[in-house]
Design a protein around this ligand. Structure first.
Ligand code: ADP
Ligand code: 5GP
Length: 194
């Protein structure tokens, strides 16, 4: 008996500034069956960021209320702010057959590993730490002290690579995007043994 396959849950992590947003934007442009999960956060919007598109920008109180109601699939604190994945919409999209991408940091990814064992975990790394620093400075969206704390955090995050299923190095944007699409494609071709 053939069951209608539900969508795949793809978790993507990597240090801030390695290019996750840039690469995933390309993946989404080229693959229409993917839903990119919009997270909630307590951090302030960056220039050009819109509520409901890049994040749901909410207060600490609203965030904590959502946690207590069990409304977050996972959440974590990152450099002084909360970030979390709203549960209902992700589960609804998977049920409808969409593949869902969560772009989240490592602690959240480990929570997903436990809560959704069939999730696919992809780590995106920069070609080098020097290049990461260049990209963070080049993006120009954070002050130097925030860049410094994100770089410090990056060293720790890189140690989590081995907990992931796949490693993609973002040297060339288009190659990294192709690799992520290829991972998703082969996971969809896998024979379900259960
Ligand atoms: P993240 O989402 O991981 O924080 P971004 O997507 O915002 O990172 O990328 C950080 C900066 O690096 C941006 O200015 C982006 O244009 C640049 N960037 C992303 N990927 C590459 C790449 N492969 N080569 C050079 N610059 C890149
Ligand atoms: P930024 O402030 O640069 O947008 O994001 C900071 C970090 O938080 C990034 O590593 C990003 O992947 C992560 N992040 C974004 N949304 C979520 C989320 O919903 N949950 C968790 N755990 N991390 C998130």
């Amino acid at each position: 008996m053939m069951n209608k396959q539900k969508g795949k849950l793809l978790v993507v992590s990597g240090p801030s500034g390695c290019g996750k947003g840039t690469v995933l934007k390309k993946v989404l442009k080229e693959n229409s069956n993917i839903y990119y999960s919009v997270s909630a956060t307590t951090r302030a919007p960056r220039y050009g960021e819109e509520n409901g598109i890049h994040y749901y920008f909410i207060t600490k109180e609203e965030f904590e209320k959502k946690i207590s109601e069990g409304g977050m699939l996972e959440y974590a604190e990152y450099v002084g702010n909360y970030y979390g994945t709203p549960k209902d919409i992700v589960l609804a999209k998977l049920e409808k057959g969409y593949d869902v991408i969560l772009e989240i940091e490592v602690k959240g990814a480990m929570q997903i590993r436990k809560a959704v064992p069939e999730a696919i975990l992809v780590f995106i790394a920069p070609p080098s730490m020097e290049e990461l620093e260049k990209r963070l400075i080049g993006r120009g969206t954070e002050k130097l002290d925030v860049i410094k704390s994100r770089l410090k955090k990056a060293e720790k995050e890189m140690q989590y690579q081995n907990e992931y299923d796949y490693l993609v190095i973002n040297d060339e944007i288009s190659i990294a995007a192709e690799e992520i699409a290829a991972i998703l494609k082969s996971e969809k071709l896998k024979i379900n043994k259960n």
